[in-house]
Design a protein around this ligand. Sequence first.
Ligand SMILES: *Cc1c(COP(=O)(O)O)cnc(C)c1O
Length: 366
Amino acid sequence: MTNSFIPPAKPIIGDEEREAVDRVLRSGMVAQGPEVAAFEAEFAEVMVQGRASVAVNSGTSGLHLGLLAAGVGAGDEVIVPSFTFAATANSVALTGATPVFVDIEPDQFTLDPVAVEAAITSRTKAIMPVHLYGHPAHLGELMALAEKYDLDLYEDAAQAHGAELDGKRVGSFGRFGMFSLYPTKNMTSGEGGMVTCDSDEFVRRVKLFRNQGMETQYQNEVVGLNNRMTDIHAAIGRVQLTKVGAWTKTRQENAAFLDANLEGVTVPPVATGAVHVYHQYTIRVPEDRDGFVTALKEEHQVGSGVYYPVPNHRLPSLTHFAPGLELPETERAAAEVVSLPVHPSLSQDDLQRVVAAVNTVVKAGA
Ligand SMILES: *Cc1c(COP(=O)(O)O)cnc(C)c1O
């Protein structure tokens, strides 16, 4: 058997995306325009059960603008996980507010509601869970806490297009939600992000911050940025939106195959009432995780990923927010997690190779 390398992620860009880009280029109007407006309306329908959606130039911008629109700024605290991509805490820090890092629970790697409650202070403005790897956070408990303490809830749904809890799509729970459209995410627009909003006024504010604070040209109401999406990117995103449902189904089937065939590892648990969209399929390797990753790659040509090896509160850029903080489940996850290929481009042969490789390497290490 010739073993070509199985990559841990693979963006799918087809002829329709190329034709859509060409259509926009030929129109001569490439900046934010009708394609962006159409993408926003279609995203709202397909992804978040009709919640108004505003397109921006990245997921990080989406978080930043959502926070600005919510009025988060200096003096506020926003509770975030440390076990996530740095964009979550970066966006809080960029508003002048303080990210407060809280531990995760060990099953889904998402914010632990008990630890969240313990971290609430008189300065807490909001809780911002991350639906990590495509599994919804503990939204029931977190929404109840937000209600009890009169806080906002914002959702970092960068990795969770189409994930659900109790029949409700993520991105439709909080005051705002953010989806990333980066190429390795479950769908892409090249670069891009989508902010889902709970009211018309919130939509207006996100749009203001997206466009220099202007609703009417040269009548700037607030200090804003240029975080607009181009029509070129929106055209790609509109095509991807018609495909992401089938891709998600394939991710879920691939995950079911891995669940059924991996031996000697704990497969990712799915909470009751949750729909997992498997942005990542993540297992724990408690002994010598890095040796496991190397063996998969060098002996079996199977790629994998470690998301994320350094908790945010340990990063040189963010550690000053939490000097000396210890988050035991976060540290353990950072040392143990490995994400296996689960993306929709895998063939049945690829999946069998992933299973054989993992089972062989686990057995050898046992
Ligand atoms: C990708 C990602 C982001 C940022 O999205 P970009 O589009 O890359 O700016 C934020 N949070 C999480 C959890 C992510 O995975």
